[in-house]
Design a protein around this ligand. Structure first.
Ligand SMILES: *Cc1c(COP(=O)(O)O)cnc(C)c1O
Length: 477
């Protein structure tokens, strides 16, 4: 199966060919030329599978240029209980991403029991192993350059640490991350991990990454790669847990399930959309945003208007503080029936800082056919939902999961289970939990002293030349 660009002007590529790249040469995102489809018979067999078996079944359709035996090796190496159950090593792979029943018809899907306590570990750990495999085969190495406001950077570093053909240069702002998040990244002692703390804000970090990537000569010479959320392999790996959750909360494949997804870059919920396109019986996909409501606005009105960085609020669910939703273009590509010309037309305005209104293109009616709904949540909602979840369901949830639960509960339908994706553990966001509940959240074993471990980072000005100099100094370590 081949992958094509949402903007229609790039040659078709295999999974392995797009694995290490970011955007397609025409500026679009890669999508399958046609979705593989899981029939009723396939789903009946999949119902009995554990996480590893589901992963292999889903990924072997999407990464069909990797020999199945190799893919199985990569899946088995990635999805261990040790990695995804806080170090508890056993072979009960059905316990990877468990669902928690809150009450009849209402569940959370626990995705945050990986090494960095956020759902991004689910896909990023696989990406680390895929990168190592593909680079070894090609006899290459890569320098990953990224910017993080918290969860992505730590997930990437824990996925790439110790890999002999990968170096990570991760830019983070001096302020904005929680002490726990900083400690997660900066306490890594692996020689291939470089934490670059930038005297600036997250947008400064992201601007530097863009500027370095736009220097095509530097990029080619120093083999600069990315692991950002538009990476197709990450989206593909996120499809797996929708299957896992669906089977966990239904008794029969005639039932439908809805999902509520705390959303920022639209990667996680896009994976749900793709799972549905492949045949998973999903009723509704509920897009939950915080005060940064560019996606909620779109699903209510048909207007997609990315914000400027000055318009982007800093909230208590910071991993959803985005100005534009990078993966959203994938959904619009499907909505247009795979019309790259149309996507190019729509994004001509977006890429120049503008907006588009799907109603003017006669396309908004189709959005409902895809079963998307949306809602937003404020700081006050988040606090109230964290308190409600503790009182009513006896569980402590993090602020992002609270956004999803608040919006998900407002979109329940009789007879259809609602699964709310848990995207981080409360331990990552202590101050918000203290504000909501008056006490600190529990931490998984072994993390009590993380802030007092020795830290390794370099502080730089928000200056592209300084960042390039660090890459040059280490690019061939
Ligand atoms: C990244 C992240 C999100 C948003 O996910 P997207 O795929 O960008 O929509 C939500 N919650 C947490 C905790 C995250 O780290």
């Amino acid at each position: 199966m081949n992958y094509i660009s949402t903007r229609g002007l790039s040659p078709a590529q295999t999974f392995t060919q797009i694995l290490l790249g970011g955007l397609a040469p025409d500026g679009g995102l890669y999508m399958p030329e046609a979705y593989p489809s899981f029939s009723a018979d396939d789903l009946a067999v999949m119902r009995g599978m554990d996480y590893r078996e589901l992963a292999l079944t889903v990924l072997s359709r999407l990464a069909d240029d990797i020999p199945v035996a190799d893919l199985k090796m990569l899946v088995d190496k990635t999805y261990t209980t040790e990695t995804y159950s806080h170090g508890r090593a056993d072979s009960d792979f059905s316990q990877i991403t468990p669902v928690r029943k809150l009450e009849d018809g209402l569940y959370t899907l626990e995705l945050s029991n990986g090494p960095t306590l956020a759902f991004k570990d689910m896909a990023m750990q696989l990406l680390g192993n895929l990168f190592e495999y593909a680079l070894d085969k090609a006899g290459m190495d890569i320098n990953i350059l990224g910017a993080t406001s918290g969860d992505t950077g730590s997930a990437a570093e824990y996925a790439m640490r110790g890999k002999h053909n990968v170096r990570v240069f991760m830019l983070s702002p001096v302020e904005g991350m929680t002490p726990f998040q900083q400690a997660q990244m900066y306490s890594l002692q692996d020689a291939n991990i470089h934490n670059l703390v930038v005297r600036g804000v997250f947008d400064d970090c992201q601007d530097i990454v863009k500027a370095v990537s736009n220097d095509l000569e530097f990029k080619a010479h120093y083999r600069i790669g990315a692991v950002n959320s538009i990476n197709w392999a990450r989206v593909a790996a996120q499809c797996i847990y929708y299957f896992k959750a669906y089977f966990a909360v239904t008794a029969d494949n005639s039932e439908k399930v809805s999902f509520s997804v705390p959303s920022g870059n639209f990667g996680d919920v896009c994976a749900g959309h793709i799972a549905r396109q492949m045949g998973l019986p999903i009723a509704k996909l509920v897009v939950a945003t915080n005060e940064n409501d560019v996606l909620d606005e779109f699903f209510r009105t048909g207007v997609y208007r990315p914000r400027t960085s000055a318009e982007t609020a800093h909230t208590s669910s910071p991993s959803m503080d985005i100005s534009k939703a990078s993966n959203f273009e994938r959904f619009i590509f499907d909505l247009t029936g795979g019309d790259g010309d149309k996507v190019r037309e729509l994004w001509r305005a977006v890429d120049q800082g503008g907006a588009f209104d799907l109603k003017q293109h006669g396309l908004f009616d189709r959005v409902a056919d895809y079963g998307f709904e949306s809602g937003k949540s404020s700081h006050a909602d988040r606090m109230a939902t964290i308190r409600m979840a503790e009182e009513r369901f006896g569980t402590v949830i993090d602020p992002h999961t609270a956004d999803g639960l608040k919006v998900g509960m407002a979109h329940r339908e009789p007879g259809i289970a609602m699964v709310c994706l848990e995207t981080a553990l409360p331990a990552k966001f202590e101050d918000s939990i203290v504000e909501a509940l008056g006490r600190k959240p529990e931490r998984p074993a072994g993390l009590d002293d993380i802030e007092s471990r020795p830290q390794r980072y370099e502080v730089l000005d928000a200056n592209i030349e300084q960042v390039k100099a660090v890459i040059v100094a280490h690019a061939n370590d």
